[in-house]
Ligand binder design. Structure first.
Ligand SMILES: NC(=O)c1ccc[n+]([C@@H]2O[C@H](COP(=O)([O-])OP(=O)(O)OC[C@H]3O[C@@H](n4cnc5c(N)ncnc54)[C@H](OP(=O)(O)O)[C@@H]3O)[C@@H](O)[C@H]2O)c1
Length: 194
């Protein structure tokens, strides 16, 4: 079984963006040794235009060969005119409203994302599936998530978009690697208890 990994940036109080999802105030933390860590140890999670900027566009995929994101997250790229934001991965966008894909590398999942993700997880292959968010799609796919990589920045928001747009339930994870950086960013990896 291939793993589904939710890789997400958040505030100390667990919000992935402001109430409307905007997370641009987190970008200034991606500098220095932390940016270098992301560049070298998580090259697959950067969008294509960022990979080009930081010179990793030719780096072979290391952890993932597939990405799943919700339509509202994909919109962040579309509004910049980018139709295939993760061209180094097979891209899946969950949407009921996108009638057809804006790019040949992007497949639309128009219903039952859980069933489609189960099919993707059942494929053979050494690399996993990167769940990019956002909140709604992560909430729907919570039961399928095998691993969390939580990038926490040293800010408190008070309110905002939750990491999971799902109802109350207790789901247990085991803490793995923890990395702390000089700018206050902390990256924690958790594996789901099954
Ligand atoms: N901090 C971070 O690292 C991070 C990472 C990713 C995203 N974000 C932020 O998250 C925000 C977006 O999150 P979000 O929770 O609002 O939206 P989202 O999860 O990205 O996308 C929600 C959309 O997915 C589609 N969808 C959901 N369930 C579906 C189903 N069962 N069948 C078919 N389609 C389904 C719908 O699209 P349609 O409306 O087209 O039907 C829905 O509007 C963005 O503002 C982004 O900046 C932050």
């Amino acid at each position: 079984m291939r793993k589904l990994t939710y890789v997400i940036a958040c505030s100390i109080d667990g919000f992935i963006g402001g109430p409307d999802g905007d997370a641009s105030f987190m970008y200034p933390y991606v500098v220095g040794e932390y940016a270098e860590y992301l560049r070298t140890e998580h090259p697959d999670i950067n969008p294509t235009h960022v990979r080009r900027l930081i010179g990793t566009d030719d780096v072979p995929n290391r952890a993932y060969d597939t990405i799943v994101q919700g339509r509202r997250s994909y919109d962040e790229a579309l509004k910049e005119g980018i139709t295939s934001p993760f061209a180094h991965l097979r891209e899946y966008v969950v949407s009921r409203t996108l009638a057809e894909s804006p790019h040949p590398n992007v497949e639309i999942i128009s219903s039952d994302p859980v069933a489609r993700v189960r099919e993707l997880k059942a494929e053979d292959g050494p690399l996993g599936i990167y769940l990019c968010g956002g909140s709604v799609v992560a909430g729907e796919l919570l039961d399928e998530i095998d691993e969390l990589i939580i990038k926490t920045y040293p800010i408190v928001l008070g309110t905002g978009m939750p990491m999971f747009g799902s109802g109350f339930d207790v789901t247990e994870f085991t803490l793995g690697e923890v990395r702390a950086f000089d700018n206050g960013a902390v990256v924690r990896t958790y594996t789901r208890k099954r």
